[in-house]
Design a protein around this ligand. Structure first.
Ligand SMILES: C[S@@+](CC[C@H](N)C(=O)[O-])C[C@H]1O[C@@H](n2cnc3c(N)ncnc32)[C@H](O)[C@@H]1O
Length: 203
């Protein structure tokens, strides 16, 4: 099944609390981004954002330049419905990240649990290249993936697990690793998923 179809099916058949990655408040990502003290006009993109509350929380905090990209038109539609009028301030892009041709330069690239679905070396290389094209000179990346202690699959799909070093190597040509940490995510089914979060800055 094509990626788009696959993910649309997930978002048609499951409510937000029926997916393992659900979190009512994206505490880790919000704490990371607010600590950077970016101006509220910073251009921020959430890649594979799905139905996450990341963009919505940033809107509520006063950020004005937000983009949500996802391969699933259904996820985007659900977020638009949820946001109502507030959604007018968000740019929505339905696209596979690997087909994404950025037309603006972002200051912050956020990806929680999307990148790790890319398991082929060419896909991973292409992703890093797109991040490079998408980010401004002072651009930052914050990425959350399953660690080596985390699941090997998510939503029925294989994922690639990472260590701090293997994630560093993905972005090393253009980005400097600023730091990583490990975090347990408690799913709505009371199971634990071990995540690795890393922040990068342009070299
Ligand atoms: C596990 S969910 C995580 C959603 C969200 N980031 C969060 O933390 O709640 C993965 C998301 O990535 C999207 N996705 C998967 N592969 C993608 C791709 N190649 N390009 C864009 N989006 C993708 C899916 O549609 C889904 O919304």
């Amino acid at each position: 099944m094509e990626r788009k179809e696959y993910w649309n099916n997930v978002f048609v058949t499951k409510t937000e609390k029926e997916v393992s990655w659900y979190q009512p408040y994206p505490k880790t990502s919000i704490e990371f981004i607010t600590a950077l003290e970016l101006p509220l006009t910073a251009k921020i993109i959430d890649v594979g954002g799905g139905e996450s509350y990341f963009i919505e929380t940033l809107l509520d905090l006063g950020y004005t330049n937000l983009t949500l990209l996802d391969v699933s038109s259904k996820a985007i539609e659900n977020v638009k419905m949820r946001l109502g009028e507030k959604g007018a301030k968000v740019t929505f892009i339905v696209s596979d990240v690997l087909d994404f041709v950025p037309t603006v330069q972002y200051d912050f690239w956020h990806d929680r649990a999307c990148f790790h679905f890319l398991t082929e070396p060419e896909q991973i290389e292409k992703y890093a290249d797109i991040v490079d094209k998408a980010l401004s000179n002072s651009g930052r990346v914050f990425i959350g993936v399953f660690s080596e202690e985390g699941p090997k699959k998510c939503s029925g799909l294989d994922v690639k697990q990472y260590t701090m070093e293997s994630l560093r190597l993905v972005f090393e040509k253009k980005f400097q690793l600023k730091g990583c940490f490990i975090e347990d995510h408690k799913t709505p089914f009371d199971t634990i998923q071990n995540f690795l979060f890393c922040g990068f800055k342009r070299k």
